[in-house]
Design a protein. Sequence first.
Length: 419
Amino acid sequence: MRPVKTTSVADDRNPVLIGQRPRSRRQAVGKSMWIAIWLLYLAGPVAELTNRGFSTGQRIWGVVGLTLFVLAYALLVFRHMLRKPPLALRYTPLIVMVLLSVLLTWTLGYSWLVLFIFTSVASAVVLPWQRSRWVIPLITAVLIAVGIRYPEIRNYYLFAYALPALGSGFVMVGVQNLVRTTQELRAAREEVARLAANEERLRLARDLHDLLGHSLSLITLKSELAGRMLPGRPDDAAKQVADIERVSRQALVDVREAVTGYRRPRLAVELAGARAALRTAQIALTVDASLEEEHRGLTDDTEGALAWALREAVTNVVRHSGARRCELLLTEEWEADERRYVCLTVADDGDGPSRAQHDGNGLAGLRERLALTDGYLETGQAPRSGGFVLRAFVPLRAPSPDGPIPAPDSSPEPVNGPA
């Protein structure tokens, strides 16, 4: 295991992912700056205010109106980013923005038509798409109606202002749909992981009921029978007691086997847990398609060993790596002795292995688990990203019906030999 690096799970250096609210003040400032940078497009109206053709009253009106517009825009967008307000409270700032766009453009010049673009984008962000798809064309129509007042731009203002307002609005509608889809996928993955855990609990409950129900009923019956045989028939009672001991020992063995199966991790469950852990740490995850499918060449023991490897590797990535990206691969590989292995690769772009690399308790225990299945572990530096790579090998007990999984073109080179 790599040396421990003190870092928060929600590292402030990592950007806020799409559809996620900021978790710290630093992330909120970063996301706010990304939104506010688009206000640079207001440079045109601001430059118009320095024109000598404007009177002092027009300049004051322009400054006040633009300030109110920016405040309404910030209130609408930033409040929506932190906590979505009720739908009724979203219309008031939008109406204020539309009125200011009309009044400022009508009184100060056509360069203020750019305000309609901000209004269109803001409506796409805060309104449901069922409503924004009608509001955006309506705002564009108002822009066209106001722009007709200026004959000098009638030939091109449609392309300079109306099309950007319409296009930017609907592009933002698509982005909002992407955000909702991403949030739904995250919720679905969490639900799958929860259902998998519940299914495992139900399996254990069914197994314990089936195993202990019959055994305990038999023990109760024989105990009552032995009690009735005493003291008149001690030999027969002793036989019943011996049967009770045999049944109870067998029940104990059955319970241990059931609990052992329950504790054995599964790749699908560990993959769902890995997604949740890396998402919380804001580490981008790339998963090979083969890892999403059930691999028929794995036995319960070999799958459990790979699941433990996945859990340990992801824990190291989250706690010690300082990585921004993580990649998971599942491949089939041939060894020199013609044996086939299933290889789980976990690579990141973090700090990489220490110079004096040695296994900690986690990796040492993982090597022992893999050795029990005739597998082995390799760790070292990822060749492409320079981070840390862990490769866990387990033997393929049976040939895969669909053929071997193709290996990636540039897989990490092994550093350590078989344990």
